[in-house]
Ligand binder design. Structure first.
Ligand SMILES: [Zn+2]
Length: 485
């Protein structure tokens, strides 16, 4: 441990850290999740081992005699992840706004000692009040391995490194996966919405046939996001998402619509002929109706950085769980077009460098059986009585029991009428537990949708109560509501 470098690949997972934190009843659970998410996402981008930094943070925020992590007063009241700026025992801690900022400050504080500033951290230097003081003390560049800390660098305790190694061991005890379907809540890569208009089959419809996502098709762009996106604007081509070499996910076609990536069927593999091509429509099956597609930035015979592969794996696992797609339904583009024709053949797409690690990770996911035609709801933010913001949506805390006021009330994946259903509709009087309400598509003057405990979105206009807080704008027709107000 003493000679272990701070710069290096992750030696453990974010999920393990969160299990450890939960087991020890960490304070500010949502901020711990945000801290771990940003620590791993940004730490990996900068080339630091975020797992060991998480162990260090646990030492700094644990309690003497108890261990654990994220339990101290400095964490609970100030979100101080690493004793930063606490130079003597009774000094007041600086305060960070949220867990993500705390993670950025933790990484910047490492940079202060490591001495070279990665570009991704440059915007966050101001979050570490000690950054310039470390340099003034002549300590910039004084640290390379974990054994260099302690003895006045970051901490005075000469046993500091050993304490971090012990805590890392304690965290690793939570590595065993007991539930293979446990969501990975922390590796959400940056998601950038760049939806194209008109480059899809709306609502996955082609004539009388309505498809649903049952397959994932992996492609490699043979180019870069910017150029491929330009091509989508002019050609009849698109993909559900484009995943960059930097790990960012561009959402290009909405999941309920069918992108145009897999329609050119040539020399299809046995796997495709036994599967996706049996779904029709006949006589010319169109795999687009039944698939979600990923266009990985880069070249089939080129390098694909881990941060990109992690993002592709995150996207694949998320879709597998959401749509109950088993690993055997994750196809290479070449399964659909295995032609070796120079102009139209895609026998090389996407290449082993992308496909092999993705399929290996996908095979770890056990898909929950579900009724055909319904998607798994998307889990809402963890509930602690506060409003939450997730991917730009404000979740208003509103825990309680609500009943359907009408027969046939739909439970949907997102708060809009054309979103997929998550289960058969409710009948009048049927009760469900809600955690939040959010603003969604306005229907008959009502834009508020409930978010149930399992994550379904239900239009509040069809229920026996309305959420508080947002003004109700009467539309042309207001449904007559039964039951309690
Ligand atoms: Zn392709």
């Amino acid at each position: 441990m003493d000679s272990q470098a701070i710069v290096g690949p992750p030696t453990g997972t974010a999920r393990t850290v969160l299990r450890f934190a939960r087991h020890h009843r960490a304070k500010q659970e949502a901020e711990v999740a945000a801290f771990v998410q940003e620590l791993f996402s940004l730490g990996i981008r900068c080339g630091y081992d975020p797992f060991m930094i998480a162990a260090q943070s646990a030492v700094e925020t644990g309690l003497a005699g108890v261990g654990g992590g994220w339990l101290s007063r400095a964490w609970e009241k100030h979100l101080n992840p690493g004793g930063i700026g606490i130079t003597h025992d009774d000094a007041l801690s600086p305060t960070w706004a949220n867990g993500a900022d705390a993670a950025r400050a933790m990484l910047v504080h490492h940079v202060a000692y490591l001495g070279s500033l990665p570009a991704a951290l440059a915007p966050y230097v101001g979050l570490d009040p000690r950054y310039h003081k470390v340099a003034q003390a002549g300590l910039a560049g004084s640290v390379r391995v974990w054994g260099d800390y302690g003895n006045g660098r970051w901490a005075v305790d000469p046993g500091y490194t050993a304490a971090i190694a012990n805590r890392a061991r304690a965290i690793r005890a939570f590595e065993t996966v007991t539930d293979p379907n446990e969501e990975d809540p922390v590796m959400t890569p940056p998601i950038i919405d760049r939806f194209l208009e008109g480059k899809c089959y709306p609502n996955r419809r082609w004539g009388d046939v309505q498809g649903r996502p049952a397959y994932i098709v992996v492609h490699c762009q043979e180019g870069f996001n910017a150029g491929s996106y330009e091509r989508f604007l002019t050609d009849d081509a698109s993909a559900t998402v484009m995943i960059g070499l930097d790990g960012g996910i561009w959402r290009v076609v909405r999941e309920q619509d069918a992108a145009w990536a897999n329609g050119d069927v040539r020399q299809a593999s046995q796997k495709a002929r036994d599967g996706i091509l049996r779904l029709g429509p006949f006589p010319h099956p169109d795999p687009n109706l039944w698939s979600l597609s990923i266009e990985a930035e880069g070249f089939h015979n080129g390098q694909h950085p881990q941060v990109q592969l992690d993002a592709i794996i995150w996207q694949v696992k998320t879709w597998m769980r959401r749509y109950n797609i088993p690993a055997r339904n994750i196809l290479r583009h070449s399964d659909i077009n295995g032609d070796r024709d120079r102009d139209h053949g895609r026998w090389f797409c996407p290449g082993d460098a992308v496909y092999v690690p993705v399929i290996a990770a996908a095979e770890e996911v056990a898909v929950r059986p579900n009724r055909a035609g319904y998607v798994n709801p998307t889990a809402p933010p963890s509930y602690d009585g506060n409003d939450k913001r997730l991917n730009g949506v404000l979740f208003h805390a509103a825990k309680g029991e609500v009943r359907a006021a009408v027969d046939g009330l739909n439970c949907r994946e997102w708060a809009r009428r054309n979103a997929f259903m998550t289960r058969p509709p409710l009948v009048a009087g049927e009760a469900f537990d809600v955690l939040y309400w959010i603003e969604g598509e306005k229907v008959e003057g009502e834009a508020r949708w409930w978010v149930t405990a399992s994550g379904s979105r239900i239009w509040s206009g069809g229920t026996d109560r309305r959420p508080a807080g947002l003004r109700f704008t009467p539309g042309i027709t207001v449904p007559v509501l039964a039951g309690r107000p």
